[in-house]
Ligand binder design. Structure first.
Ligand code: HEM
Length: 359
């Protein structure tokens, strides 16, 4: 028995057609997180430190951020750490924090001392860059999809339960159908222009500024994760030999040539141990920002890089007779400008949403 990915209390009379065809049955199951009915707005924050190279990491940033994040007043419901070396060669170490409401996030930021510290940061005195990217989606602007019900990831830490098998998946356009707001809103973004991507080389700017980037209409944020921790040795080998390389290709394309498809930023991140910062968790995720939901849909449906990932996954499942232990999930938000916060201190242009034309 399948159910809708949109919970009953967020259903309304459609003024926009869904892509789901009557009678469609997906060939495999997938699930969405069910959030408490009283939840109105969740928060995901990425708080990062940026170093010229991994060798510069001395533990001070993690230890300071950990102190803030574990403050007893409104700490995040869930925290994890992830790292990525970007295409300018900088090493970025981030804490990802999730809160059950904007009020909880704001109370934490104030009472933990984080906000005061953040506002007082002087770029010229920083030994390395810092960045803060925070998203405040209302419940109608989030959708999640998981291939199993036993892995709790990201926003699912604030969920009440997993849904039963959802009907809106297994066809292109299903991401949009799962977003409650798409029942009545076509979610137009602001098309990215060539100037948006025109960032200078790090050497030409010097490190020394604080930049706040305004939000963009219906900006899309996707975190798409992979977890091969519990795979058998044979499945792990298959994953690392066949899926992982095509995934890296896709993520590199979005990172380096995102301007061709409306992708502002893509980081392919590894979950790391918060103390050692070693990536020994067998978990990765792509974190990407798109100018429009249609741009993300097009990349998935048409671009050889996601088609290779998608096709590769079906071959992978066939080789394993559909006994797949790999866990994949994604969470997608389509955000109003005021539901986004991007601030960069002593980072290089090209970090996240900081691009010269983006102001
Ligand atoms: C959809 C596989 C990585 C973006 C899908 C679907 C599969 C798939 C099977 C269809 C899901 C369904 O509706 O049942 C994978 C695998 C990945 C991966 C195995 C990694 C190993 C990514 C990444 C991104 C991404 C990194 C973006 C950063 C999407 C989106 C959809 C999708 C947005 C929904 C498209 C729509 O409904 O129109 N992927 N994918 N995927 N994937 Fe991927």
């Amino acid at each position: 028995m399948v159910s809708s990915a949109i919970p009953d209390h967020l259903h309304c009379a459609r003024t926009r057609p869904a892509s789901l065809r009557p009678g469609f049955q997906a060939p495999y199951p997938a699930y969405s997180v069910r959030f408490p009915e009283h939840a109105s707005q969740l928060v995901m924050a990425i708080i990062g430190a940026q170093y010229q190279s991994e060798a510069d990491v001395d533990g001070a940033a993690q230890s300071m951020l950990s102190t803030f994040l574990t403050c007893p007043s409104n700490p995040p419901s869930f925290i994890e750490w992830a790292s990525v070396t970007d295409n300018k060669g900088f090493y970025n170490l981030s804490a990802l924090g999730y809160w059950p409401s904007k009020a909880a996030y704001e109370a934490w930021a104030e009472k933990s001392g984080f906000l005061e510290w953040w506002q007082a940061l002087k770029p010229e005195a920083c030994q390395h860059g810092w960045f803060l990217e925070v998203f405040f989606p209302t419940m109608d602007r989030i959708e999640t999809l998981f291939n199993t019900t036993d892995a709790v990831e990201g926003f699912a830490h604030m969920g009440e339960a997993m849904s039963g098998e959802v009907q809106e998946h297994g066809y292109w356009g299903s991401m949009r159908d799962r977003l409650p707001i798409s029942q009545t809103d076509s979610l137009p973004g602001t098309p990215a222009t060539a100037e948006d991507f025109d960032s200078p080389e790090p050497s030409s700017f010097g490190i020394g500024s604080r930049v706040k980037i305004p939000g963009k209409k219906n900006l899309v944020v996707i975190r798409s994760g992979q977890n091969w921790l519990d795979t058998s040795p044979a499945e792990r080998e298959l994953y690392l030999d066949t899926m992982h390389p095509v995934l890296i290709k896709g993520m590199n394309f979005l990172r380096d040539q995102g301007d061709q498809v409306g992708c502002y930023s893509c980081r392919f991140m590894e979950i790391v141990d918060p103390v050692t910062t070693k990536a020994d968790n067998d978990r990765t995720f792509g974190l990407a920002y798109f100018d429009d939901l249609g741009s993300l849909e097009r990349w998935c449906r048409e671009h050889p890089t996601h088609l290779a990932i998608f096709g590769g996954f079906h071959q992978y499942a066939r080789k394993l007779n559909n006994n797949v232990t790999l866990r994949v999930f994604h969470e997608v938000m389509v955000l109003e400008p005021e539901q986004q916060l991007f601030e960069y201190v002593a980072c290089h242009p090209g970090t996240g949403m900081w691009m010269i034309g983006s102001g």
